[in-house]
Write a protein that binds this ligand. Structure first.
Ligand code: GLC
Length: 563
């Protein structure tokens, strides 16, 4: 991407129909006349960006829009555009994929009372029942939100954050049981109560209608992470400081910090509590949730107002330290640690026990001895009494790098592992959600014979294009973008041709997933975010937290500016 050397002239756009969904808006009243509250413009001091609403407003293909803007900038401007003229077949192929992706992302936008509010999980007309793929998912919206923010389209992200906070404040029931106040929805959809009067309301799913009644523990954590991304990117603190957002953060964290009978600072979860939202043996203390929890707490510390309850802030600070200690001590695995565990004594009683969880060395699966390279390491999937789940989970490890839960050395080691085990973790289509797959009797027992999660499919060792943005983000963070480029190039060979599938199957991810949706929005958005991060590594600030030695007290000063 070529940077502007002088501010580009402001674009004259038609009156936007886009307004903000303000906090005080009464959602049960009929829609008010739309008002324009924000100028959409090409941002100064950054690269030339074109907003999606510009695309909407002009009804143009993104590339044609770029040409239009190029003209409006006078051609001779010193500012050249993100998408340069293709110089060879590869470049034009890449442009075509990016264009197709922006088009697909645009189509996925969901409107509520005339406002953009999120993106639908997938638009695949070829599949029978939409199930809940026609909903806006909290976790699925993250890459969409990042893509919108980087493209200068902030409003949809703001609306999303505001509406989710509003949904959180509703009373949530599953059968006769009332859920905690802090719980946030897994997904929502726009419900047209009375099509003739055009009354719309939002219907949220907190797990009470989800397949398997799974609780989305990750939702609230992602919400905080997104709020920090929005604040960091836009420099607009007013949203985070609004009473509704402050309250939402308090409620989420109070839920996570509440005391129980646990001996561990990690969050106890039921199976299916996160991206892997079906029974897959991730119950207990899954790394994905622990890493998100860690990151969300760090984000919250930067977003809570100065006058927040000091005890609460202290509580968060202490939990960050304890969680970090716990994960470093018991989840980190490398060649040396594996060898130590292999030689563990069992039945140790007392504070001085080395094998604290009484893990029986015979329970170490055979595959790990070959898989573990002498160079590299990772946080394993789960630890609880007599149980270490040695599987590699992609999201938890990459979030550990982005949040600086992983030390510098550990972060490098995680990427070393990816490099050393490229064939297993990346194969022909990035990236494996977890490794390895469970087969035969283990699959029967652990998944409950789930036909969607057969070996090397879907959550059970399937390859998920959405995870590309995380690989790119961590590679950029560690100054190893060649890894990211390799993965992006691999993906570009198939992604658009296969219509942006949700996941791929097979040991190396060669086959479009058996039940994978096409035009899965987070596959589309994940690719776009990956591209934008590679094109401009400074974009990384949107999701990466610097290491501020969270393992040492005192630490984590609160401030009005995000880390
Ligand atoms: C699947 C995924 C889940 C995702 C949902 C919508 O259930 O496992 O992570 O949020 O689809 O795309």
């Amino acid at each position: 991407m070529v940077q502007c050397t002088q501010p580009p002239p402001q674009l004259k756009l038609p009156e936007s129909k886009i307004t903000e969904l303000t906090d005080d808006e009464n959602h049960d009243s009929p829609p008010k006349p739309e008002k324009r509250t924000r100028m959409h413009h090409i941002e100064r001091h950054r690269s030339c960006v074109v907003t999606l609403s510009d695309i909407e407003l002009n009804g143009l293909q993104p590339r044609r829009l770029l040409q239009t803007i190029e003209k409006s900038l006078g051609g001779g401007s010193q500012c050249s555009l993100h998408e340069e003229a293709p110089t060879d077949a590869n470049a034009s192929h890449r442009h075509a994929i990016a264009d197709a992706a922006w088009e697909a992302l645009k189509r996925s936008i969901v409107y509520f009372r005339g406002q953009p509010i999120g993106t639908v999980a997938a638009i695949d007309k070829s599949q029978g029942a939409a199930l809940n793929y026609d909903q806006v998912f909290m976790r699925d919206f993250i890459p969409s939100a990042l893509a919108f923010l980087m493209k200068g389209e902030h409003l949809i992200v703001k609306n999303f954050l505001v509406e989710i906070a509003r949904l959180q404040s509703r009373e949530k029931m599953v059968d006769l049981f009332k859920l905690g106040q802090g719980v946030m929805p897994a997904s929502f959809k726009v419900h047209h109560r009375n099509p003739t009067q055009k009354t719309e309301s939002l219907l949220a799913d907190f797990g009470e209608t989800a397949i398997g009644r799974v609780a989305p523990v990750d939702s609230g954590l992602w919400w905080i992470i997104l709020l920090r991304a929005y604040t960091k990117w836009t420099g607009d603190n007013s949203l985070a400081e609004s009473p509704n957002c402050q309250r939402a953060m308090h409620l989420i964290l109070r839920l996570c910090l509440s005391e129980g009978c646990d001996t561990s600072p990690a969050l106890l979860c039921a199976d299916g509590c996160s991206m892997i939202d079906r029974r897959m043996g991730i119950y207990g203390y899954p790394i994905e949730i622990q890493a998100l929890f860690f990151m969300a707490m760090r984000c919250a510390l930067s977003l809570l107002k100065q006058d927040s309850d000091a005890d609460f802030v202290n509580h968060i600070t202490k939990r960050i330290q304890a969680l970090s200690y716990h994960l470093h001590s018991y989840y980190w695995l490398d060649f040396q640690r594996l060898n130590d565990i292999y030689r563990y004594k069992t039945e140790e009683y007392s504070q001085t026990a080395l094998n604290k969880f009484n893990v029986i060395p015979e329970s170490i699966p055979d595959w790990i001895f070959d898989f573990m390279p002498s160079r590299g390491g990772y946080f394993i999937g789960n630890v609880s009494p007599a149980r270490m789940d040695f599987r590699w989970f992609c999201l938890g490890n990459f979030i550990a790098i982005l949040s600086s839960l992983a030390t510098g050395e550990q972060a490098e080691a995680i990427l070393d592992l990816v490099e050393e085990r490229w064939q297993e973790l990346i194969g022909e289509m990035p990236l494996k959600i977890c490794y390895p797959a469970m087969e035969n009797q283990e699959w029967q027992i652990v998944t409950g014979c789930d036909p969607k999660n057969t070996r090397w499919s879907y959550h059970n060792g399937g390859s998920w294009p959405v995870l590309l943005w995380l690989l790119v983000a961590v590679s950029v963070k560690l100054g190893r973008p060649h890894l990211a480029r390799r993965a992006v190039e691999l993906m570009e060979q198939r992604l658009a041709k296969d219509d942006f599938p949700e996941y791929y199957d097979g040991k190396v991810g060669r086959y479009v997933g058996k039940q994978a949706r096409k035009f899965q929005t987070w596959s589309v958005a994940g690719y776009l975010v990956a591209k934008m991060l590679l094109d401009d590594p400074s974009h990384l600030r949107i999701v990466a937290l610097e290491d501020d030695s969270h393992s040492q007290a005192p630490f984590l000063k609160r401030s009005n500016s995000c880390p």
